[in-house]
Ligand binder design. Sequence first.
Ligand code: P5A
Length: 445
Amino acid sequence: MRLSRYFLPVLKETPSEAQIVSHRYMLRAGMIKQQAAGIYSWLPLGYKVLKRIEQIVHEEQARAGHIPLLMPTLQPADLWRESGRYDDYGDEMLRIKDRGGRDLLYGPTNEEMITDIFRSNVSSYKDLPLTLYHIQWKFRDEMRPRFGVMRGREFLMKDGYNFDIDKDAAIHAYNRHMVSYLRTYERMGLKAIPMRADSGPIGGEDTHEFLVLADTGESEVFYDSAILDLNFGGRSVDYDNREACAEIVTEWTTPYARTDETHDAALFDAIPEERRKTSRGIEVGQIFYFGTKYSDPMGATVVTPSGEKTPVHMGSHGIGVSRLLGAIIEASHDDKGIIWPEGVTPFHCGIVNLRQGDDEADAACLALYQSLTALGLEPLYDDRDERAGAKFATMDLIGLPWRITVGPRGLKNGVVELTSRRTGESVEMTPAMAVAKVAEIYAGI
Ligand code: P5A
């Protein structure tokens, strides 16, 4: 993409309504525009990151054997009357009437609808286990929408639902989700810690939230610092292997880590003092096992091998896809702007032309652009007729992890400069080497 042809409405001024850094940078970098409290348009740069995050979620869900579908944003109220949640959900639910006077709602979550899909189509244990998921907009009429996409009213969620024959099988689904989420967040450059939590309106006993530590997080968390040493890394997991998944879950759930809702002071005090940590955290996901809470009242049953009808055991599993943009920025920025982890960056590399209109510099930039594109990478070429300082400031603000700077002086010696956004380190090299280096960086991602 050439910047001169792109739509990147960056702001020079710091927007006064934004209280936290991720919100400020998302507005300043022209990623989002607020349309109403907690409701945003996703401008091209923000939309691009959103799509990259979705892509990682889809890839990791596929790896775990989960199946994508798409349910609507609007749901009939009658489904929620069946589960008893229509009245329970309260003012957070946006209730709508259609022209025929029928009650609809803008879905805050999809347990009822997926249970309806299941009961209409599945009746035998032979079709289990089954996990279906989608990535779809949700609406929760939050009392205090704030911090930009972090606590929106309309927000994008990945929500998945497992259907299993019994509790053991459903706990395996729970574990499988925990493992796949650990992998998912790591690919986004995040350390998200599973913490024992409260299940709220979704229900059930077993639930973990995934929290990214950040001063601006809305949750208070208590943890053993030993958990920070755990890395998922490149290990390959057989998601069908119950023991293998359970072992990984044990590894991550043994060190103490809880939100304030489930905090146990006695257990916490048993940790060696230097490892006892209290902090704030951003909740980027939550997984639940709730047994037959929905299948029972809604009649989602299967026939077992011995011929009896039994309600299926279920759980649901959510990732805050749009909130993740805020969480990633909170975890990765400096005073000049965002620093995208390679896994989610909107463009792989920036190209800055220091002397737009200079034949040699223009040709070198174009050649770099074409070579990177030919390798399947997406560069953002700043071809505007602007001062170098302004171009650098834009690149720093929008946070592309790598930048190639091209100027007449370097070109005389046959070199360009490759700069890391994270470390600020610059190395001179030939254009071909710069292309090879960028390609190498992204090869493993
Ligand atoms: C799990 C999937 C559920 O709704 N039902 C389907 C279960 N869980 S949850 O914890 O309530 O939400 C899942 C994740 O969605 C994000 N989230 C939000 N993101 C932005 N703005 C909001 N107002 C908001 N509310 C929830 C969180 O990341 C949460 O973990």
